[in-house]
Design a protein around this ligand. Sequence first.
Ligand SMILES: Cc1cc2nc3c(=O)[nH]c(=O)nc-3n(C[C@H](O)[C@H](O)[C@H](O)COP(=O)(O)O)c2cc1C
Length: 191
Amino acid sequence: MSRLMIVVGSVRPGRIGLPIADWVREQAEADGRFEVDFVDLAELNLPFMDEPNHPRLRQYTKQHTLDWSARVEAADAFIFVTPEYNYSYAPALKNAVDFVFQEWSRKPLAFVSYGGVSGGTRGVVALGTTVTAVGLVVVQPKVEIPFAVKQLGDDGRFEANEHQEKTLAAALAEIAALDVALRPVRPLPRA
Ligand SMILES: Cc1cc2nc3c(=O)[nH]c(=O)nc-3n(C[C@H](O)[C@H](O)[C@H](O)COP(=O)(O)O)c2cc1C
C-alpha cells in the first residue's frame, strides 16, 4: 500500500475545495492501492512559515513544524487539491510546502486543480517551481476542473464527470507506479 496524503489547499469558509477533495478521497480509497491521510489545511492551521533555520537542515524549533514534518515524512505520495487565486497558487498550500523540505523529496505528486475558465491551471504552473525545488516529482495526468462550482449538487457534494474520474484514475495509477520506482532512491529520514 502507498500512504497517500491528500491536501486540501484552500482554507476559506465555504470553499469548494473541500467537496472536491472528498471526491478525490473516495476515489483513492476505492482504488485499493492507497492508505489515505486527509489533510485539511484549515484544520492543520499552520502559521506563516516561522522557523529560524532553513527547512533543509531539519532543525525545527516549533511543535507544529515537528508534527507537520512527521506527517509529510510518513507519506509516500501526494495529491494537492487546489484552486488558483489571481492567476497563481493558493497561499496556504505554498506555505505548507515551504515549512519542510527533505520530507517531500523523491515522492510523486498529482494535482487536482479547479477554478473558472482555466480550471486552476495557472495556479498549478505557479506552484510548479516550488514543488520542484523541494524534490517532489509531478505526475503527468492532471485533473483540471473548470467552473467547478457548477458541479456541486444540492447536497453540496462534488459530482465528477466521466472524464474527471478517468483522469484521476490515471493520475492514481501513475502515483502508484512512481512510488514503487522512487522508493529505492529516497533519502533516508534523518533523526
Ligand atoms: C482571492 C480569489 C482569487 C481568485 N482568482 C481566480 C483566478 O485567478 N482564476 C480563476 O479561475 N478563479 C479565481 N477565483 C475564483 C475561484 O476559482 C473560486 O472562488 C473557487 O471557489 C475558489 O476555490 P475555493 O472555494 O476552494 O477557495 C478566485 C477566487 C478568490 C477568492
